[in-house]
Design a protein around this ligand. Structure first.
Ligand code: NAD
Length: 361
């Protein structure tokens, strides 16, 4: 089994709050506590150079307040980098609600959170994320307009995230095989959820042989009926013999235990934080496995939400999403020219856009 199935990346842990803020280049960190609704929330705004910070709101139980702060900071930074390379006019931000330990009034909680968002005057725009639903966002929308993705606006990001992953897979195939046609390739998908199912549908139409893994046997059954997908046991996913390994479930799939057992040419999926540590990008590069950096290839949902806010047409959104392919082609070319991992090149490109130069870590 993989040693880490988590959404977090191991990094050196700074000692103080201001160390964390400075090391991550976080612009603003806001806290709200409201006793009546049991709201304890953090909003991290990483960077607003390109536009208002856009990023989802998580509501999960954390082992400590520090863990919640770290999550908000890390995710907000990731959103800045994602928006920069997706070329959308947004900054990066993220909200974290520490899930109340006791039974709580959902409507009161999300309205209190909505007031918190509203107090920031539009510098942060919230959205659905792990542990929150469109219904929760409906309550947020009762008290603030700074929201994207509720039952009212109909912005479901997942199908567009899947389209972006397809575009990214084609760029990776072009780089690896000299041909962007996926027909006849074998793709293993982990997680037949919102994104994974849409992706399987798109790949099936491309003539791909599908291997699928999920902890939910009903989803495997649906994928078999709809796409003739062959099931893989969850613990066998990373070692699947395939052309493209596509993590679309949780983060941390590429780690020190799974790396030696990989049998793929390309890794290209929607999951956030696929590398459990930064150095795994270098190790994939040394093994000759082409890695499509997660925050670049999974930007279709952000593109949908960002352009949706501006009432862009469906065809404009689709066109912008296919642009993920061009961005990845540029990253892969630079990576080849510099003999460097694509994950490093992506960070450098994002930092050049955000700061005018790549940062020295
Ligand atoms: P989801 O919850 O709908 O789907 C995740 C699927 O993974 C579920 O079917 C679940 O049963 C399965 N799963 C969980 N643990 C597993 C395991 N150990 N082995 C195999 N399957 C497992 O989530 P989603 O919205 O499809 O998002 C998938 C990933 O893509 C997440 O990492 C998410 O952060 C990322 N992402 C999603 C979007 C989006 O638009 N939804 C955008 C960007 C990034």
């Amino acid at each position: 089994m993989p040693d880490v199935i988590t959404d977090s990346v191991s990094e050196a842990v700074p000692q103080t709050l201001f160390d964390k803020i400075q090391q991550s280049h976080i612009g603003e960190l806001h806290f709200k506590s409201d006793t009546d609704s049991q709201l304890k929330a953090i909003i991290a705004i990483h960077n607003t150079k390109l536009g208002p910070a856009l990023g989802g709101c998580r509501c999960i139980a954390y082992p400590s307040d520090n863990a919640a702060i770290d999550d908000a900071i890390r995710l907000a930074k990731g959103m800045s980098y994602k928006a920069a390379l997706a070329k959308v006019p947004q900054g990066g931000g993220k909200a974290v609600i520490i899930k109340p330990a006791h039974p709580f009034d959902r409507i009161a909680l999300y309205r209190a959170f909505g007031k918190f968002v509203n107090e920031l005057g539009g510098r942060y725009i919230t959205a659905v994320d792990s542990g929150t639903s469109l219904e929760d966002m409906d309550e947020v929308g009762q008290v603030t307009p700074h929201l994207s993705g509720s039952n009212n606006d109909g912005f479901d990001p997942s199908p567009n995230t899947a389209l972006g992953v397809l575009a990214g897979m084609k760029a990776a195939a072009l780089q690896r095989y000299g041909n962007s046609d996926l027909h006849g390739l074998t793709v293993a998908i982990q997680g037949i959820g919102n994104v994974g199912f849409s992706l399987a549908s798109l790949l099936h139409k491309e003539g791909v042989r599908l291997l699928v893994s999920d902890i939910d046997s009903e989803k495997l059954h649906q994928a078999r009926i709809a796409f003739q997908a062959e099931p893989l046991a969850p613990e066998q996913f990373h070692a699947a013999h395939c052309h493209i390994l596509s993590p679309c479930g949780l983060g941390g799939v590429i780690n020190s235990l799974t790396l030696p057992e990989l049998h793929c040419d390309i890794i290209a999926g929607s999951a956030n934080n696929q590398l459990s540590a930064v150095e795994h990008g270098q190790q994939l590069h040394e093994k000759g496995i082409l890695y499509a950096p997660d925050y670049v290839i999974n930007a279709g949902g952000l593109i949908q939400v960002s352009l949706g806010l501006k009432r862009a047409s469906h065809s404009d959104i689709v066109q912008k999403t296919w642009g993920i392919s061009e961005t990845l082609q540029e990253i892969f070319k630079r990576a080849k020219d510099q003999n460097a991992p694509p994950s490093t090149i992506a960070d450098q490109l994002a930092e050049e856009i955000l700061y005018g130069t790549a940062l020295q870590e």
